[in-house]
Design a protein around this ligand. Sequence first.
Ligand SMILES: NC(=O)C1=CN([C@@H]2O[C@H](COP(=O)(O)OP(=O)(O)OC[C@H]3O[C@@H](n4cnc5c(N)ncnc54)[C@H](OP(=O)(O)O)[C@@H]3O)[C@@H](O)[C@H]2O)C=CC1
Ligand SMILES: CC(C)(CO)C(=O)C(=O)O
Length: 324
Amino acid sequence: MRIIVYGLGAIGGCVAGLLARSGTDVVGIARGAMLEAVKADGLWLKGHELDESVPLTVVGNPSEIDFRDGDMILMCMKAQHMAGALEDLRAAGAGDQPLFCLQNGVVNEDMALRLFPKVHGVMVWMPATYLEPGRVLSFASPKFGVFETGLFPGGADHDDEDFVRAIDAAGMAGFTHPNVMAAKYGKLLMNLENILNAAMGPNAEKGPLPDLMRTEALAVLDSAGIVWEDRAKLVPERRDLARISDLPGEARSGSSSAQSLLRGTGSIETDYLNGEITRLGRLYGVPTPANAAMQRIGARMVRDALRPGDLTLSDLVAEVGTTD
Ligand SMILES: NC(=O)C1=CN([C@@H]2O[C@H](COP(=O)(O)OP(=O)(O)OC[C@H]3O[C@@H](n4cnc5c(N)ncnc54)[C@H](OP(=O)(O)O)[C@@H]3O)[C@@H](O)[C@H]2O)C=CC1
Ligand SMILES: CC(C)(CO)C(=O)C(=O)O
């Protein structure tokens, strides 16, 4: 089995590096400074009792890969980059290979299913950081991350089992889940807060915003009849597998959305996190002013090249008060 990891950032980088280190045949697809750094020096991986460079085969586009039976493809880019990535994958000749969406939010699987027949959702629990080209960190221990996988829209098959085996062998923990999207909706509730530390910095007071956003989200999920499972801190029996822990010499830089701003990538995932709640709210006639305000904040931060800490709680609360 060969695993293609598409999007070598925080999650893709950690997963690719750990898999390669455990002896799995891995090809990474990266771009920009990350591509150049990994080509030159391999991927530097840091985690609990781990601080080493991992040699990794890396390419700049799927067209450089000769896709074959037995390949498994892990989609690890943020949702705003998914459509282009899927197009490139199809143009490169990928087709029947199982595609695993290691992403937050709930839109990626549906987008993938339009182009590819075998789509799996994965609930990703891995507090990971990518700020410097060629270097990624996982702050979870004793396992480097926990992953729940299942077929989209439901079920689980032998490819999920292969995925779990590879993940387990690489120091992470994998589980199959027959209704993985319920877990992903639960994780989405948590990721509504990504924008808060992206806007206000890692340790800022969040005031009423988490409750406001969550209350709206619960109302829309209820109106839409969407089943979800709480993933606030994983399911209780798995919490000890991957606790957030300190890494010597490293500060956690906040959510994946905060990292997009810190790296100046020119985009943020908010429209696919809080934006999923506003979309459902508009479909089902449920007001979602707090989540809509956070989308406007995300868009403004990208437009004005703002960084985490540039906005205050008063700025965010004031935005909720403006009209949608
Ligand atoms: N970081 C975390 O702790 C967690 C993240 N997640 C989720 O995982 C997903 C990935 O997040 P994360 O790893 O943080 O994101 P990153 O931005 O760190 O990594 C994604 C990488 O994919 C690259 N990429 C995007 N499109 C392409 C393309 N077409 N070809 C090649 N490379 C491409 C990006 O490049 P570029 O930088 O140039 O855009 C980036 O390097 C998101 O859905 C996120 O919400 C889930 C749990 C935890
Ligand atoms: C790690 C976690 C749960 C919150 O930081 C996350 O999912 C993200 O950063 O997107």
